[in-house]
Write a protein that binds this ligand. Structure first.
Ligand SMILES: *Cc1c(COP(=O)(O)O)cnc(C)c1O
Length: 367
């Protein structure tokens, strides 16, 4: 048995630190926001290289508030990708706006900047690239197009904690960056969590208000806000985990490097030299993906697909402008992606077992 993800083994390694932090919050009597959350915000902002960080209760809330702070409202359009977790498009819909999908680059699998200009209309308010699997989108041309059309750029960095593009970290190039601390993410709480990063004090102020009922002071509501605050326990847990995130990221990158070597014949494209991939997901492309996925399950080896149905083909997100066939690269990736276990606790013999199984299956398929 090789699990796809092993959250328990990570907890066992840091149990004493986590338990002390959680008990400290329980003893403090302050359970929502507070000093632990503020300490985490300062630390995460500094680690990203962002002037401001606003902690919230999920990555989806982070996206929702970033879009609202950017002024996205009913009737607006947001240019994004369909090869993402549904939350990216859901948050756009929460604002009454419409996701306008562009296809992805064939090497990085992230937003193809060459497709953005033709997706822009007078209703477009923002561009929302997704740093899929932990690899940042091609931010320079995205920023250039956005500036030319006076659009806000929001990075969906939910899978990209510590990823870099030309030496700059995810969440610090666009106007706003959105992170998730869902347990399975590279930096995970033990419950839900998220954050928005920004360099703009006006946007930071608006998000700080919106996450806490729009209160300027208690019971004085200047904006129609939300209850999107972070729990103190999650803040305390994330503070502990900040001590380990760099080592965990190195471990993910080392595992990915070993897969690259062992699976070289599969021809997985190398990330561009100007980017630091943090491998939230290590995906390969396989012609007979569904059969491979089943074979992995039969052998007790964890594998996943991120993601099998692109957003524009989901029943809830159908849009006559994006029928089947309208985003060919996205649709092909959805049919071919297979994600291998890549968490820091994966043991070398487990990694070898995964690579051996995949090689055996692909050789058999080729015969
Ligand atoms: C996980 C994820 C989200 C949503 O984050 P939650 O914390 O689960 O709400 C958004 N976008 C992407 C790309 C994600 O992977």
């Amino acid at each position: 048995m090789i699990p796809f993800l092993d959250l328990k083994s990570q907890y066992q390694q840091i149990k004493s630190e986590i338990d002390a932090a959680v008990l400290g919050v329980l003893d403090s009597g302050a359970y929502v926001m507070g000093p632990q959350v503020e300490a985490f915000e300062r630390r995460f902002a500094a680690w990203c290289g962002a002037p401001h960080c606003l902690a919230v209760n999920s990555g989806t809330s982070a996206l929702h508030l970033a879009l609202l702070a950017a002024g996205v409202g009913p009737g607006d359009e947001v240019v994004t990708v369909s090869m993402t977790f549904v939350a990216t498009a859901a948050a756009i819909r929460y604002c009454g706006a419409r996701p306008v999908f562009v296809d992805v680059d064939p090497v990085t699998w992230t937003m193809d900047p060459a497709h953005i200009a033709k997706a822009i209309t007078p209703r477009t308010k923002a561009i929302l690239p997704v740093h899929l699997h932990g690899l940042m989108a091609d931010m320079d041309p995205i920023m250039e197009i956005a500036r030319r059309h006076s659009l806000v750029v929001i990075e969906d960095a939910a899978q990209a904690h510590g990823a870099e593009y030309k030496g700059r970290r995810a969440g610090t190039i666009g106007d706003l960056g959105c992170f998730s601390f869902y347990p399975g993410k590279n930096l995970g709480a033990y419950g839900e969590g998220g954050a928005v990063t920004t360099a703009r004090p006006d946007l930071a102020h608006k998000i700080a208000l919106l996450r806490d009922w729009g209160q300027e002071q208690k019971y004085h509501h200047v904006l129609a806000g939300y209850n999107y605050r972070m729990d103190a326990i999650q803040g305390a847990i994330l503070n502990v985990k900040m001590d380990h995130i760099d080592a965990w990221t190195r471990a993910r990158r080392a595992i990915a490097g070993m897969y690259d070597k062992l699976l070289a014949p599969l021809g997985r494209p190398a990330p561009p030299e100007d980017r630091r991939h943090v491998y939230h997901v290590y995906a390969v492309r396989l012609a007979q993906r569904d059969a491979m996925l089943q074979a992995f399950r039969d052998e007790g080896v964890g594998a996943g697909v991120h993601y099998p149905v692109p957003v524009h083909l989901q029943e809830a997100y159908r849009d006559p402008d994006f029928p089947a066939g309208s985003l060919p690269r996205t649709e092909r990736l959805a049919a071919e992606f297979l994600s291998l276990p890549v968490y820091p606790e994966l043991q070398p013999e487990q990694l070898l077992g995964v690579a051996r199984l995949l090689k055996k299956l692909t050789l058999a398929a080729a015969e």
